[in-house]
Design a protein around this ligand. Sequence first.
Ligand SMILES: O=C(O)CCC(=O)C(=O)O
Length: 292
Amino acid sequence: MALSIEQVIEFQTNGYLIAEDVFIEEDLQPVIEEIERFIDERAQAYYKEGRITELYRNEPFERRFALLYEQCPDINRKFDIMHLLGPAMFRFLTNGRLLDVVECLLGSELSCNPIQHLRSKMPWKGEGEQAVSMDNVPWHQDAAVTSENSEASEIITFWLPLVDATKETGCMEIIPHSFKGGYLKHQAEGGTTIVKELLPSIRPITAECRKGGIVIMNKYTPHRGTSNRSDHVRWSLDLRYHKTGAPSGRDFHPSFVARSRSNPDSVLTDYEEWRRLWRDALSRPSQKAHRV
Ligand SMILES: O=C(O)CCC(=O)C(=O)O
């Protein structure tokens, strides 16, 4: 079993679990190399257009994007799973070690949920907390970014860092236990966030997680990202899975069967099809994705 019974109980009791050492280097490296290729492509294009003057070709994965971003923050626009649509990322969504963990919590009929992101949290040298953005999110429950028709769906978040996520690089802060109270009202001001008066007054934990681990969260678990005070990018993926057949919370974006013990042929293995589904979905007028 990928998670022990004690870990499953911990998740069910606290509404989160930090599972260390799930992945080996060979699981994450193809994804990282693919991201590096996308960075390089973008850097070359920006260089040709004169939007950056230095390519920083020899800088490592942890540093290069931050140095490019300093020259032109636009380089980070739409640098996300559904826009990049790389084959290594697609394969990772059905990674055996990942799905073994997911199966411990959701059973053996699993769909990959379309609410999924690649985040590059940039270094922050300013006063106080980094401004709220896609890469620095305020207190929220993930249920707030799903539609109300998915209320009964168990949609579980699997957040995994591609570099060590520490207090310094910015990790998540999580409020334990309070998921049992269900959905809390959110507001749009300040970036989809729990209405201040409703934020549970339970002391948050700092969810540090080394590369190779996963932070797993219930969709009602309040959490936020903290600023990156290091000099490198805090790269992470946040993926979600739900039981096949249950509403995904984002009907207008593609879910796909990632594992099925009852009907293994239903698993999507065709990368081109995955890409087509996303391109199709994104070519349609965008719809309201958050509840507020
Ligand atoms: O990556 C982060 O800092 C926050 C991510 C997050 O809040 C989420 O995945 O719901």
